[in-house]
Design a protein around this ligand. Structure first.
Ligand SMILES: [Zn+2]
Length: 295
């Protein structure tokens, strides 16, 4: 039996998997965001409840592939810690740690919508933009653990001809015009406000577009330009053939279908079937990815 966990900024999903990969015992608990001892206790209690000989964790934040140190602004209890090593020392069992976006892609590649694809570039469109690249069932972690992280880098430059004409927003990384400022749910809302001067949440915008509301249709169309172009370029560069989508915007099926159409229009090699598709595993993708990552 293996204990697997998906550690997010609000909750920890924790479950015991049998050797065949089926979920048995499981719990959903608040994340101890400020208390390392409570974080350790959460796992110790789980191991006391269900006997497991190792632990696999998918977590929000970067995981440095060399040092194992986690960088997570929202979960201060683990920020700056060599999480796998320190938790293993405290629990007395081996602990494997992977980034949650990477876990999502691993899961969809192993058991979800991307089964059978050699190279899978998965994306997270939630409160921010994330991603991960999996090749033949293995994460391409890259330098510093940022492999597949496509959210940062300018996709919207300031207009030299008409300053202020382009939707250039400040990014949390300190740069301006990053994909993260546009491609996320908040980005869609920012873009809508920029274009129409109207505050609306991402659900209202995506539903509005599906219902034919002219302003929402225009926002989604521009959003597809800004996200679909860079995504097509990435697919060319890494030779990935499918893009599972996770995060809140994955539930906006019309939006994802529109993005798929825009990406496929940009592909040099025509794709006969959908390329950008919602993930199939839903809320269990992180747990399943943690299990797959544990080998
Ligand atoms: Zn950025």
């Amino acid at each position: 039996m293996r204990l697997c966990a998906d550690v997010g900024g609000s909750f920890v999903e924790i479950a015991a998997f049998d050797d065949a990969g089926a979920i048995g015992w499981r719990r959903k608990l608040p994340t101890p965001v400020d208390d390392w001892a409570a974080f350790v206790a959460l796992f110790a209690d789980a191991l006391a409840a269900v006997a497991c000989d190792r632990v696999s964790i998918a977590t929000a934040g970067l995981v440095n592939p060399r040092s194992g140190i986690v960088t997570s602004a929202n979960i201060r209890s683990i920020d700056g810690r060599a999480l796998g090593e320190e938790l293993s020392a405290a629990l007395g069992v081996p602990v494997r740690v992977v980034n949650d976006a990477d876990a999502f892609v691993l899961a969809e590649a192993a058991r979800g919508v991307a089964v059978g694809h050699a190279r899978v570039f998965g994306i997270i469109l939630g409160t921010g933009v994330g991603g991960g690249l999996v090749e033949h069932g293995r994460i391409v972690s890259g330098a510093g653990g940022i492999g597949g992280e496509w959210g940062h880098g300018q996709v919207v430059p300031e207009s030299r001809i008409a300053p202020g004409a382009n939707p250039v927003f400040a990014c949390g990384c300190g740069r301006k015009g990053c994909l993260d400022t546009i491609g996320s749910a908040r980005g869609l809302e920012r873009l809508h406000r920029f274009l129409h001067g109207v505050d609306a949440d991402s659900i209202a915008i995506t539903r509005g577009a599906e219902g034919g509301d002219a302003q929402s249709v225009a926002t989604v169309d521009y959003w597809c330009d800004l996200v679909g172009g860079p995504l097509a370029m990435l697919l060319h560069a890494v030779s990935a053939t499918i893009v599972p989508v996770g995060g809140g915007l994955a539930n906006a099926r019309g939006l994802i279908a529109a993005l798929d159409a825009r990406v496929r229009a940009n592909l040099l090699t025509p794709a006969a079937t959908a390329v950008v598709v919602p993930g199939r595993l839903g809320a269990d993708a992180g747990l399943i990815g943690a299990f797959v990552a544990g080998g």
